[in-house]
Design a protein around this ligand. Structure first.
Ligand code: FES
Length: 81
Protein backbone atom coordinates (compact mmCIF):
# COMPACT_ATOMS: atom_id res chain seq x y z
CA UNK A 1 0.00 0.00 0.00
CA UNK A 2 1.28 3.42 -0.85
CA UNK A 3 1.29 6.04 1.82
CA UNK A 4 2.03 9.68 1.78
CA UNK A 5 3.60 11.28 4.80
CA UNK A 6 1.93 14.16 6.55
CA UNK A 7 4.13 16.47 8.54
CA UNK A 8 2.71 19.12 10.82
CA UNK A 9 3.66 22.69 10.08
CA UNK A 10 1.96 24.15 13.15
CA UNK A 11 3.92 26.39 15.47
CA UNK A 12 4.67 23.68 18.02
CA UNK A 13 6.06 21.26 15.47
CA UNK A 14 7.94 23.93 13.59
CA UNK A 15 9.87 24.44 16.79
CA UNK A 16 11.02 20.82 16.36
CA UNK A 17 12.16 21.57 12.81
CA UNK A 18 9.25 19.85 11.13
CA UNK A 19 9.73 21.90 7.99
CA UNK A 20 13.36 20.90 7.79
CA UNK A 21 12.38 17.27 8.22
CA UNK A 22 9.82 17.64 5.44
CA UNK A 23 12.54 19.01 3.23
CA UNK A 24 14.80 16.07 4.02
CA UNK A 25 12.02 13.63 3.26
CA UNK A 26 11.21 15.35 0.01
CA UNK A 27 14.76 14.91 -1.14
CA UNK A 28 14.35 11.17 -1.02
CA UNK A 29 10.63 10.71 -1.52
CA UNK A 30 9.97 13.42 -4.05
CA UNK A 31 7.75 16.35 -3.23
CA UNK A 32 4.58 14.43 -4.00
CA UNK A 33 5.00 11.98 -1.16
CA UNK A 34 5.27 14.54 1.60
CA UNK A 35 2.57 16.95 2.70
CA UNK A 36 2.87 19.74 5.22
CA UNK A 37 -0.40 19.97 7.11
CA UNK A 38 -1.82 22.31 9.75
CA UNK A 39 -1.67 21.52 13.47
CA UNK A 40 -2.74 17.92 14.16
CA UNK A 41 -3.59 18.78 17.76
CA UNK A 42 -0.88 16.50 19.05
CA UNK A 43 1.51 19.28 19.93
CA UNK A 44 4.58 18.79 22.04
CA UNK A 45 7.36 16.27 22.34
CA UNK A 46 8.55 16.47 18.77
CA UNK A 47 7.35 17.09 15.25
CA UNK A 48 4.12 15.28 14.43
CA UNK A 49 4.36 12.92 11.48
CA UNK A 50 1.64 10.66 10.20
CA UNK A 51 1.51 8.08 7.46
CA UNK A 52 -1.75 8.38 5.64
CA UNK A 53 -3.90 5.39 6.27
CA UNK A 54 -2.51 4.96 9.79
CA UNK A 55 -4.18 6.76 12.65
CA UNK A 56 -1.04 6.92 14.72
CA UNK A 57 0.84 10.18 14.92
CA UNK A 58 4.57 9.72 15.37
CA UNK A 59 6.77 12.24 17.10
CA UNK A 60 10.13 12.91 15.53
CA UNK A 61 12.77 14.74 17.50
CA UNK A 62 15.69 14.83 15.14
CA UNK A 63 16.45 14.24 11.53
CA UNK A 64 18.21 10.96 12.25
CA UNK A 65 14.83 9.59 13.14
CA UNK A 66 13.61 10.70 9.75
CA UNK A 67 16.40 8.73 8.15
CA UNK A 68 15.42 5.71 10.21
CA UNK A 69 11.82 6.13 9.16
CA UNK A 70 12.88 6.19 5.55
CA UNK A 71 15.11 3.18 5.99
CA UNK A 72 12.35 1.12 7.52
CA UNK A 73 9.60 2.21 5.21
CA UNK A 74 11.19 2.92 1.90
CA UNK A 75 9.19 1.57 -0.95
CA UNK A 76 5.98 2.16 0.94
CA UNK A 77 6.01 5.88 0.31
CA UNK A 78 5.13 7.66 -2.85
CA UNK A 79 1.85 8.99 -3.93
CA UNK A 80 0.45 12.39 -4.77
CA UNK A 81 -0.79 14.74 -2.08
S1 FES B 1 1.76 22.17 16.05
FE1 FES B 1 2.02 20.19 15.29
S2 FES B 1 0.51 19.04 16.25
FE2 FES B 1 0.15 21.06 16.88
Amino acid sequence: MLNKIKICKGAGCKAWKSEYMAKQLRQTQGSDGVCLVPCMRQCGGGASVQFEGHGEVLKLRDTNEVAYLLGSSSGALATAC
